[in-house]
Design a protein around this ligand. Structure first.
Ligand code: ARG
Length: 564
């Protein structure tokens, strides 16, 4: 039981049925200053029923509360202030963390429910964008967080490998492309053709028609179109895989849009049978006026299917496969309307499970205040970002720790970790302007700072060289400097749950920063390696901090080198 639960239990014991435990948990505050205690319970909500002034209620509660396990419990105005017994708390939390090991914070909230996570999902024949990077790292972190609380995540890379753009690309390749160019730099040149296509189509609209025609051919299985498409797809996937490998992200499936090409007929049939399809200017649509949404375009007048048609087939397929507890889609906030339409159509079809579909949107990354756009060629190349970050890490290591044994591997862990952490530390809906300088900054609120704090803890433990004694009495830590650190350690299980309910890895990242900061403050103000009675308890604290920092970094998909 953690400290907060203890306080809740103490209050339940004296309040009985007057206030339920969850209500107490909601009311309980953490005072701004620890001079006012570790937890404070406001009595205002009891005043009406008791017909008593809040300060009097606070006093009578204090008189009734069993004070064992607390330093003191006092009434201050309308509040009951709880001061935890610090050494008992330290014993309790250090035992819990160190005996649970990597399982500290695990729970079975999810009861084994399946959670498919649609993530990354870049588009073939284009470079992976910053948006896809965000989706990849947020999705990967959510998978880890959900797994820790007892769900079964399935990471799905729903590749954008189908749609009119492939018709356009084929036209562009026929007109301006060459095999040699593509072999030399696949994505670079495919992008070049694509950009040129859009530029020329501005003055020559016939190009668009030609593009649509070729996509139709592709949908109908035309051998030349299929051959080119497979070629483009294979080359692109190989490039994407290089990035995934560097990021340390793996998928359970990369069934993308094309996989659903032959699985849409039953969906269209179902829509027809349920009288949901309407004709509008030759196209087939589902009217969503009642839902306050624009109509969902299911089939174009030439019979070609659309993005949402494939998403409908994919959503149904996922439900049939997984009977999911939740189905997540980590996709930029600019697609909010699309996912509202998707859910609305599924609900109209009578699929009650549509309510468990969750769009997890995130904010836009701009560059110099402008939207990044593949079409306009205004892109940030991810490979380059990772290269630069790793180079910078290498330079830092060479300056600070020139004798480090596996410097290249550590530079990779630190450089890539910096990029991932930078992406995850802000609330996911916040938009930010991309600046490489900012991403690879190693001071302040960054991944390398957290990694460095863990490495420092590891180095203290190496220097101490002793084995920890986990006997409870040997874990009593009285140093007030350690107090914040202990409270953060105790908070980790709640942090994980909050990150999960809010679909927000930043909750974990911000926690890691707080814990690292508190630990560095402790380190600056206390002598750890002094042979006295509390040495074992201090080392236990250092060990617990390192363990929880590593666990937090792992939940973010960031590695934790033991030395750097
Ligand atoms: N490929 C799409 C894009 O880059 C994202 C796909 C998101 N997932 C989905 N099921 N629609 O915009």
């Amino acid at each position: 039981m953690n400290a907060k639960d203890n306080v809740i239990a103490s209050l339940v014991a004296v309040l009985g049925t007057e206030l339920p435990a969850d209500k107490i948990a909601e009311l309980l505050e953490v005072p701004k200053s620890s001079k006012l205690g570790d937890y404070a319970f406001p009595t205002f909500s009891l005043a009406k029923v008791r017909r008593q002034a809040p300060p009097l209620i606070a006093q009578s509660l204090v008189a009734a509360i069993d004070q064992t396990g607390y330093e003191q419990v006092v009434a201050t105005g309308a509040y009951v202030n709880f001061f935890l017994d610090k050494s008992a708390f330290a014993q309790d939390i250090l035992t819990t963390v160190l005996t649970a090991g990597e399982h500290y914070g695990d729970s079975d909230l999810g009861a084994g429910g399946n959670v498919p996570i649609d993530m990354s999902s870049p588009n073939i024949a284009k470079p992976m964008s910053m948006g896809h990077l965000r989706s990849t790292v947020i999705g990967n972190s959510l998978a880890k967080i959900y797994s820790k609380i007892g769900y079964h995540p399935y990471k799905i890379n729903y590749l954008g490998d189908w749609g009119t753009q492939f018709g356009k690309l084929i036209v562009a390749y026929h007109k301006w492309g060459s095999e040699a160019e593509i072999k030399a730099d696949p994505i670079g040149n495919l992008l070049k053709y694509y950009v040129r296509f859009h530029k020329e189509a501005e003055t020559d609209p016939a190009l668009d028609d030609e593009g649509r025609l070729w996509f139709k051919k592709l949908e109908d299985g035309d051998p030349e179109a299929t051959h080119l498409w497979e070629w483009f797809r294979g080359l692109s996937l190989a490039e994407f895989n290089k990035i995934y490998q560097r990021l340390g992200v793996e998928f359970d499936s990369d069934n993308g849009e094309a996989y659903y090409n032959d699985k849409m007929d039953p969906v269209v049939q179902e829509l027809t049978d349920k009288h949901l399809l309407q004709e509008s200017q030759g196209a087939q649509i589902v009217d969503l006026t009642a839902e306050g949404l624009t109509p969902a375009l299911i089939k174009r007048s030439d019979g070609a299917t659309l993005y949402i048609t494939r998403d409908l087939a994919a959503a149904i397929d996922r439900y049939n496969k997984f009977h999911f507890a939740k189905s997540l889609y980590v996709v930029g906030s600019e697609q909010t309307e699309h996912f509202k339409q998707l859910k609305a159509v599924l609900e109209k079809m009578g699929h009650t499970w549509a309510q468990d579909i969750v769009h997890v949107p995130f904010g836009l990354i701009t560059k110099d205040g402008k939207k990044l756009s593949t079409r306009k060629g205004n892109v940030v190349l991810l490979d380059k970002v990772l290269d630069d970050a790793v180079d910078l890490a290498k330079a830092q290591i060479a300056a600070k720790n020139p004798d480090l044994a596996n410097a290249d591997q550590v530079a990779h862990q630190v450089g890539v970790g910096a990029v991932i952490f930078h992406d995850l530390k802000n609330d996911r809906l916040d938009s930010f302007d991309f600046s490489l300088q900012e991403v690879v900054r190693f001071e302040g609120e960054t991944g390398p700072y957290v990694q460095y704090t863990n490495a420092r803890a590891q180095s203290i433990l190496r220097k101490a060289g002793t084995k920890l004694d986990l006997t409870t009495s040997k874990l009593a830590l009285t140093d007030p400097q350690a107090w914040d650190v202990l409270k953060y350690l105790a908070d980790f299980p709640n942090i994980i749950k909050r990150a999960a309910t809010e679909y927000e890895p930043s909750v974990v990242a911000k926690f890691a920063l707080r814990l690292a900061k508190a630990f560095n403050k402790y380190y600056a103000n206390s002598k750890i390696l002094v042979a006295d009675d509390e040495l074992n308890a201090r080392l236990a604290l250092v060990s617990a901090v390192s363990q929880v920092l590593q666990a937090a970094l792992d939940l973010l998909g960031v590695q934790a080198p033991a030395e750097m």
